[in-house]
Design a protein around this ligand. Structure first.
Ligand SMILES: [Zn+2]
Length: 248
């Protein structure tokens, strides 16, 4: 149910639209913003949400780090500085109740658990992306196509990992904070040694290499965490091309 800019009023926890009042749980501190257009939306559990565009001043990030991010299955995102966002924590304790509800044919209960998982994932992705934006001046991610992978048998984990959501959040948060955001091809980023830039014989390769979490470069002897190494290569690729765009 959409509404136009200026048609809603917010006062003391109550939204007024066309003289109708709606009580709202305000988790954002709406009193601090002027409200523009938006909509009322209902989710699969029959709960209503108030979505609204607000006016905010741009807050530039004070951060100066450059970070590469490798998107993965076991770990949703691994940063070149070693920071990780684990995907399992979104639903680890909800997997069992979900299975029980599904086997018992309790559809409403299963839907409720799914919604809970989705909310938790979104919350975790928001926190992770905001923390990154606060400490960075440059962020680079690999161009994993989640839609392409979603068609394979890895689909469930890919969709659960929320890659698309994370990319979208980073993109708009970087834009808002004046941070340079780049997407690069992640080809060979897992197999290249980020220290000596070679493709050593000892690199994790093919299906057999998927389970290798740590490896030693046979070229230079450095020990790599698989995902951190990939994230470092992604960051290096981000630095490769000139980062200043020339406008005519
Ligand atoms: Zn090496």
């Amino acid at each position: 149910m959409p509404f136009k800019s200026g048609s809603v009023k917010w006062k003391d926890g109550v939204i007024t639209l066309n003289k109708q009042a709606f009580k709202l749980w305000d988790s954002y501190g709406l009193a601090n913003y002027s409200l523009r257009s938006g909509s009322f939306n209902e989710d699969s559990r029959g709960r209503w949400y108030f979505n609204v565009v607000v006016e905010v001043d741009r807050k530039l990030s004070p951060g100066s780090s450059s970070i590469g991010i490798d998107l993965g299955l076991k770990t949703t995102a691994t940063c070149s500085d070693g920071d990780k966002l684990s995907s399992g924590r979104f639903y680890r304790d909800l997997e069992r109740p979900l299975g029980i509800a599904q086997r018992a044919g309790r559809k409403a209960r299963a839907r409720a658990i799914h919604a809970k998982i989705a909310n938790r994932r979104k919350d975790a992705l928001h926190k992770f992306s905001s923390a990154l934006v606060a400490r960075c001046g440059f962020i680079v991610v690999g161009d994993v196509s989640s839609m392409k992978l979603a068609k394979t048998n890895m689909a469930k984990s890919v969709l659960d990992a929320g890659w698309g959501q994370l990319k979208t959040m980073l993109e708009y948060k970087c834009d808002h904070a004046g941070i340079l955001f780049k997407v690069v091809s992640e080809k060979n980023t897992t197999q290249t040694c980020s220290s000596c830039k070679q493709l050593p014989d000892s690199r994790p390769r093919g299906i057999a290499g998927l389970g290798i979490r740590e490896w030693i470069c046979s070229g230079c002897g450095v020990t790599h965490d698989r995902d951190v190494n990939a994230a470092r290569n992604i960051l290096a690729l981000g630095h490769e091309r000139p980062v200043v765009e020339i406008s005519l």
